[in-house]
Design a protein around this ligand. Structure first.
Ligand code: PEP
Length: 255
């Protein structure tokens, strides 16, 4: 059985005190609530090492919000895949819309980073999704498929083994206006059936999670949908109680 994947993306938020409080309080929660979930937190890169150290032996995985396309050398300000691995990172978010918009990352950048993650056995979380205009023009499925097609065409379908797809409609991120669960289900099932044309087993096993203004009130309605295997959570992952409530709400739904 697939575990539900819950990823908390802290983005550019938090400090040392926040990190220590979050982890200490997380450790006090009953462990059995997480048993059907894989939990990942992606703190700002500066805190990855401390996060890893403080959560050793805890039921929580470490993720990074980004990685550079270069592995070493004269690239001031960047962080390599080897460095992420060195400090215990297991998952890396690729192509988040905030990076696509603010740093002009595109599908080709995502492909280059994806290749590196595969080489170093880290799990990519590929973010895909349409903006509001594209939604209105009914381009959602086309946009989403195009964002993963480049990987399948260049590297083959098997490269999607041990990969996560996060469908994040841009208009729903950080806006408080989440997508309707049925709308998300429809997009996820289109993505899954596209993948199944290449490989049925991969399409069945691949985790497709939803992200966009998920909170403790709406989380369950997403996980109840057949093709939604997890959640990528921004704002609500910064409030430990909300984050834990979400995990509790959804953890038994896929049994
Ligand atoms: C995100 O960071 O990818 C995200 C979905 O944020 P939020 O939950 O705040 O919409």
């Amino acid at each position: 059985m697939k575990k539900i994947l819950i990823v908390g993306n802290w983005k550019l938020n938090g400090n040392k005190k926040f990190l220590i409080n979050f982890i200490n309080n997380f450790k006090k929660k009953k462990k059995n609530i997480y048993k059907n979930c894989n939990i990942v937190i992606t703190p700002p890169s500066l805190y990855l090492d401390a996060f890893n150290y403080l959560t050793l032996n805890e039921n929580i995985n470490l993720g990074a919000q980004n990685v550079d396309v270069n592995v070493f050398g004269s690239f001031t300000g960047d962080l390599s895949v080897k460095m992420l691995k060195d400090v215990g990172v297991k998952y890396v978010i690729l192509g988040h819309s905030e990076r696509r918009i603010n740093y002009y990352e595109n599908n080709f950048t995502v492909l280059k980073k994806f290749i590196l993650l595969k080489k170093y056995n880290l799990i990519p979380i590929i973010c895909i999704g349409e903006n509001y205009d594209e939604k209105k023009k009914k381009l959602t499925n086309k946009i989403c498929i195009n964002q993963i097609k480049i990987i399948i065409k260049k590297l083959g379908i098997k490269s999607l083994n041990n990969t996560v797809i996060a469908y994040e409609p841009i208009w729903a991120i950080g806006t408080g206006k989440s997508a309707k669960p049925e709308y998300v289900q429809n997009v996820h099932s289109k993505i899954r059936s596209y993948i199944s044309k290449y490989d049925k087993l991969i399409s069945k096993n691949i985790i497709i999670q939803y992200g966009g203004s998920v909170n403790e009130k709406n989380a369950k309605s997403f996980i109840l949908q057949h093709d939604i295997d997890g959640l990528l959570i921004g704002n609500s992952s910064l409030k430990l109680n909300s984050f834990i409530k979400i995990i509790k709400e959804v953890s038994n739904l896929k049994n």
